[in-house]
Design a binder for this molecule. Sequence first.
Ligand SMILES: Cc1cc2nc3c(=O)[nH]c(=O)nc-3n(C[C@H](O)[C@H](O)[C@H](O)COP(=O)(O)OP(=O)(O)OC[C@H]3O[C@@H](n4cnc5c(N)ncnc54)[C@H](O)[C@@H]3O)c2cc1C
Length: 400
Amino acid sequence: MIDFAFTENQLAVRDMAREVSAKVIIPGIEEFDRAAKMNPAVLPAMKEANLLGFCIPEAYGGLGMDYISLGLASEEMEYGDTSARVVLSVHIGLFSLPLLAWGNEEQKQKYLIPAAKGEKISTFGLTEPAAGSDVVGLQSTAVKDGDNYILNGEKMWISLADVADQFLVFAWTDLDKKKNRDHSGISAFIVERGYEGLTTGSIHGKLGVRSGNTGFISFQDVKVPKENLVYKEGAGFKIAMFCLDQGRYTVAAGSCGLIKACRDASAKYAHERHTFKEPIATHQLVKQMIAKMEAGYEYSTALWMKAGWLKNQGKRSTRATSLAKWIACREAEAAAADAVQVYGAYGFSDEYPVERFYRNSKGASIYEGTREIHTLMQADYVLGFRKDKEIDCELPVVEQ
Ligand SMILES: Cc1cc2nc3c(=O)[nH]c(=O)nc-3n(C[C@H](O)[C@H](O)[C@H](O)COP(=O)(O)OP(=O)(O)OC[C@H]3O[C@@H](n4cnc5c(N)ncnc54)[C@H](O)[C@@H]3O)c2cc1C
């Protein structure tokens, strides 16, 4: 059965996200993006609107909403600005949902509930200075020492690094497996800001997501209690891939918000701007650019919704999520490039939002699996080089 109708609860989440976007994010965005600063009103507004935990079960401090709601909220956030959608991606997609699936009861009580209530901001640290796509190339280590693991290493390009209170991080616990690049030697840990030896810093001079925080985390002999090991030793790689399945989903849906923002801005300007005594909206080649934005929005939406439908049923969605992420990001980049084109020279200036859309659109083809990695994944599924196995955690099934 295919049903494109949204439930009342899904629409309520969408409307709440739309309101935060319109009232809090969009009004200040030019100023904050230009200054490369986070708008301090955004996180409190998201918390107030329950947007930091709405798809976590009520038993763990959320509203028990489903993955389609997460997609809708991601789209609305990114319609305002990419940096706001990134908050949903890392806080919910890369931290809270994975903890719901892989964490034990004590960890859920201690870390998931405050995250879902928006009391603690959370993020995900996988990438390192010398390891992004090549996850097994990471160098961080966590060596067991009595009741603790001693964590050393550096994480790079971490969203909300300077803002988050708690981090899901990945390190080698089996150093022999590290030498052999055997990913079953990687483990996942929850690490708190305030642990001695943990420092963070911000990256400056970014191309996009300028009103969001991106930075590094450094671990120098950080004592991580053994209770903070997630699931079991050696499960880190699988957990990281599970995290990316959720994060990528929010990037795919968010990219649809960016396409829509490009489409709406282009349509508005096309009616206003005249050349050769006509609004440019009447020129066929301008229409073509706007039509492509509309098509990209519609088929990218269909792809993330299919992935969300699989997720709602607790089915593995790696293939569908990767396809949705790859295509939606590609279409967002194309839409943003065309939006600048529709604006002509004015699109080249930060006086209009399309210049920001263009810069922001680039990041999503890099983070959460580059364009090339998703291209390879899709080919490998078709060619039979890649097959998804059952995951050994319990995937949450959400009532519709
Ligand atoms: C704004 C932003 C926010 C981010 N947030 C986070 C975060 O919160 N947490 C986190 O852990 N990370 C984060 N990242 C890091 C991001 O996930 C990595 O940048 C990404 O995984 C790519 O890794 P890399 O930059 O090291 O590129 P590399 O892996 O070094 O790749 C360089 C180039 O080589 C290509 N390439 C690599 N391997 C192959 C291959 N096998 N075949 C073909 N081409 C290949 C890539 O596609 C790319 O074009 C963020 C990055 C950005 C820009």
